[in-house]
Write a protein that binds this ligand. Structure first.
Ligand code: ARG
Ligand code: GLU
Length: 724
């Protein structure tokens, strides 16, 4: 068995199956072009990324630091996901104009809605600056000295690099700090909301369908980027003009079919593909299960209240969605790592690594202790990372009152008897923030959540880290529910009228004194005190050791497995991933097709349902089969498709392109069975999910009647092929 696995591994490496990855656009020619062409790519590496001439990269932007967006017209029209734009959609919604419910489409440029605070960033060029960034760095240096030397080098790079006045420079580590790249970027702060479908299309299937295939969500929204008269970044002004990008994506009406070449261009956030078995085990067997158990409890509580009270349902839907999104991903991740034997694969890989270094005396001296030391360090850090997750999940993320106390904490701490100006200047902000909090706050929900969270904290962390204090408090109060009730009913932070009265009628010293004595604030401060005194120092001591060892292990892998191509882990920089449009078989006898269509939306339709309602107009279009030019030759309307592109969080809104660089889809999710891909990408199981551009155009044109937007796009009509 062991031999077979090694053989398989060697074969995979030899066949370049390891080519799955998130590749650096500037290195495509060297690393991937041949492979991509063999899979069907018609463009050259230079068409996809070029620092000198217009290329596909000029159409891609980082959307507000968490998602990706792309230019789909020469006039700055931007496409991204519904769930990436939802904050803006929500912000601009009122009772009379409920865009969340009804959707919104600006009928002309004048109706586009400015979005203060929203920004996008384009990459002008990227350069390998490893040699300069690591100048003066030596092997024996402490991690702190190393970092300060690197910081100095980076500062020097920033000040000397050639750039325009309106450009900015960023330098980022890759391969765990073995390489550095510099990016010259342009950041545009004037981005306006153009339109989005109603939530019943944009988040159709909501949390039930999230991370799941087959999928039927029309997860898209549109914005427009504005620039000054010279086409440079500028803060909002009514005189700004639509941005003219170096490139915009033509949109294919032909769609994507099983086996077609596919690539996704965007800003993946974070992956950990090169961890050791010990690292993966910690995530799979310790951290994920703990976080899942905590959120399981909190989600059940919130859901119970949401089902009983429609007002709670509205107030808690965004909160529920965001807690549930990571919960579901971690759940899928830990299951997938187990089902698809990630630890066995890591073990085999490490055995091969060890075998190879044993055959080379120089490698052996340098690296023979690496894996044992990493194993030891993971063991050393385990109680503390678990404590960190418990602290942040139970004390902060999954109840509202302690989180709010923590947020107020920074403000309260800024109080200075001799200089009250800073504190006073923030009062109006705090008031506004707290009004927003109270708008959706239901103390009865939070009481139940806090009781459960305090119990989980007390039962699962060490007595000397605050667990004992919480237990004693609960005993004194007569149980966790009673303790939670006592805290929340007596807390000013949980009571709008009391809180606003405090801020409007009392002096700064009185405000500070009252809040410091507040039972919620006091509890948070106590737990946080334990955390910073006992957990954090240990993390700060052990984590740098792991970082150092992991950096050495990364370098060692790249040298020992010379035949293998390594992509750097995702770090929110621009990457290209590629593969094929493909269905998959998650387990015996079960085969998933690569594409869904509108009939499937109607199969899932539950009238009036919170997650699966369908707008009347869409039902009518479906009944009439009125799909126009967006239909396949056999009369269907495709909605979503899947492919073998290696994506992660941050790739939301990334364009899915065909072999000619035409837009065929909009990335928005991954399949449940493959959520482990951040740690263990498996081409047989892992799939990214994209909305079909034909569905997007159909919704804009036929459903919303905003077809005038199509006038500025470039639609590519090809010979239609049969689907399914
Ligand atoms: N799972 C996707 C992502 O990680 C979509 C999340 C938004 N949808 C939701 N139902 N919460 O961001
Ligand atoms: N929905 C994710 C995002 O917002 C993308 C899905 C994934 O994690 O792959 O970035």
């Amino acid at each position: 068995m062991k031999k077979l696995l090694s053989l398989f591994l060697a074969l995979c490496i030899a066949l370049g199956l390891s080519a799955q990855g998130m590749w650096l656009p500037s290195l495509l020619e060297k690393q991937n072009e041949k492979d991509m062409k063999s899979l069907g790519l018609k463009l050259s590496a230079d068409d996809i990324y070029s620092p000198a001439k217009p290329s596909v990269k000029d159409a891609i932007c980082w959307f507000h630091g968490g998602c990706t967006g792309e230019m789909i017209s020469p006039e700055g029209l931007l496409l991204t996901n519904y769930h990436c734009g939802v904050d803006q959609i929500q912000t601009h919604s009122t009772l009379e104009h409920n865009y969340l419910e009804d959707g919104f489409w600006a009928k002309n440029r004048g109706e586009e809605i400015p979005c203060p605070g929203l920004w996008v960033q384009f990459i002008m060029r990227m350069e390998d600056v490893t040699i300069v960034a690591l100048q003066g760095v030596t092997d024996g240096m402490s991690e702190t000295d190393r970092q300060s030397q690197i910081d100095k080098n980076i500062a020097m790079l920033r000040s000397t690099v050639k750039k325009e006045k309106w450009e900015e420079v960023e330098v980022r580590p890759f391969y765990n700090g073995n390489q550095y790249f510099l990016f010259v970027v342009q950041l545009f702060p004037d981005v306006r909301f153009v339109g989005a479908p109603p939530g019943s299309i944009g988040k159709f299937g909501a949390d039930t369908d999230n991370w799941v295939w087959p999928r039927h969500t029309g997860d898209f929204s549109m914005f427009r980027v504005y620039a000054d008269k010279d086409n440079h970044p500028a803060t909002y002004s009514k005189d700004n003009l639509p941005y003219r990008p170096g490139h915009f994506l033509p949109i294919s009406l032909e769609g994507a079919e099983e086996g077609d070449f596919s690539m996704v261009y965007g800003f993946p956030g974070r992956t950990d593909e090169y961890l050791t078995e010990a690292g993966v085990r910690q995530t799979a067997e310790v951290l994920d299960p703990a976080k899942v158990a905590i959120r399981d409890r909190s989600l059940k509580i919130i859901d119970g209240f949401m089902r009983k009270d429609p007002a709670v349902k509205i107030a808690y839907s965004a909160r529920y969605a965001s807690i549930s999104n990571s919960w579901k991903k971690w759940f899928g991740e830990m299951q997938g790592l187990k089902t698809y034997k990630a630890l066995d694969k890591k073990r085999e890989y490490e055995a091969e690594f060890t075998r190879r270094i044993q055959q080379n005396p120089e490698w052996s001296t340098r690296w023979k202790n690496l894996l044992p030391r990493l194993r030891q360090s993971y063991q050393d850090i385990e109680p503390y990372v678990l404590a960190r997750d418990y602290y942040s999940e139970t004390c902060l993320r999954n109840n509202e009152i302690l989180t709010t106390a923590a947020n107020l904490g920074t403000w309260i701490d800024s109080y200075d008897e001799k200089n009250k100006a800073l504190f006073t200047s923030k009062i109006e902000n705090v008031k506004a923030g707290m009004e927003a909090f109270f708008k959706d706050y239901h103390p009865e929900v939070d009481m139940a959540a806090l009781a459960a969270m305090l119990e989980m904290f007390a039962e699962n962390t060490k007595p000397e880290w605050g667990a004992n204090d919480v237990k004693v408090m609960a005993e004194e109060a007569g149980g966790y529910p009673a303790l939670s009730k006592k805290i929340i009913t007596n807390s000013t932070i949980a009571n709008r009228d009391k809180f606003i009265a405090l801020l409007t009628t009392k002096s700064p010293p009185e405000i500070v004194e009252t809040l410091k004595k507040d039972p919620a604030y006091a509890l948070w401060a106590r737990l946080q005190g334990y955390y910073t005194a006992q957990v954090q120092p240990k993390l700060q001591e052990i984590q740098p050791k792991i970082n150092l060892l992991q950096r050495q292990y990364m370098a060692a892998q790249m040298e020992v497995f010379k035949e293998k191509k390594f992509f750097p882990d995702a770090n929110s920089t621009l990457r290209l991933t590629y593969g094929k449009i493909r269905g998959f078989s998650p387990r015996d006898a079960l085969q998933y097709e690569y594409q869904t269509d509108l009939d499937g939306v109607m199969e899932k339709y539950i009238p009036g349902d919170y997650e699966f309602d369908v707008p009347q107009k869409l039902i009518e279009l479906w009944k009439a089969k009125d799909y126009g030019q967006y239909a396949t030759t056999d009369g269907r309307l495709p909605v979503a498709c899947i492919g073998t592109n290696h994506t992660t969080g941050g790739n939301s809104g990334s364009p899915a392109l065909d072999a000619n660089g035409n837009l065929v889809g909009l990335n928005f999710d991954r399949v449940w069975e493959g959520t482990m891909s951040d740690l263990n990408y498996d081409p047989a199981i892992c799939r990214n999910i994209m909305v079909d551009t034909r569905y997007i155009l159909f919704i804009v044109d036929k459903f919303a009647g905003a077809g005038y937007l199509l006038n500025e796009m470039k639609l590519v009509k090809g010979k239609k092929k049969r689907h399914k």
